[in-house]
Design a binder for this molecule. Sequence first.
Ligand SMILES: [Zn+2]
Ligand SMILES: [Zn+2]
Ligand SMILES: [Zn+2]
Length: 107
Amino acid sequence: MSRAQFDLVMCLKQPGTTIGKVCERCDGRCPGCDSLVNSKKMARICDDCSFGNFADRCIICGGKGFTEAYYCSECVRTEKDRDGCPKVTSLGSSRVDMFYEKKKKGQ
Ligand SMILES: [Zn+2]
Ligand SMILES: [Zn+2]
Ligand SMILES: [Zn+2]
């Protein structure tokens, strides 16, 4: 089962210093490609995803945060880890996020 079928999009904003969390169910799963092997590098999330309602939430499914999220070696090799914040956001809120992001940059 892949989450690709659910039309989920990733946040992809500039990552901050906070390490993303995954829940017990997603422990060991790569936030870039869902691989369960070769955990390689801690996944950093953006500032917007590291506090408020999203703090300590699983970046893949939104469940209760359990442990740090890691990219697999394949995603590090292809530099997918540099795409930005890997937290999954719903399609509905991505526009709003982009709006706020623009506003912030304008300051
Ligand atoms: Zn991966
Ligand atoms: Zn984010
Ligand atoms: Zn999860």
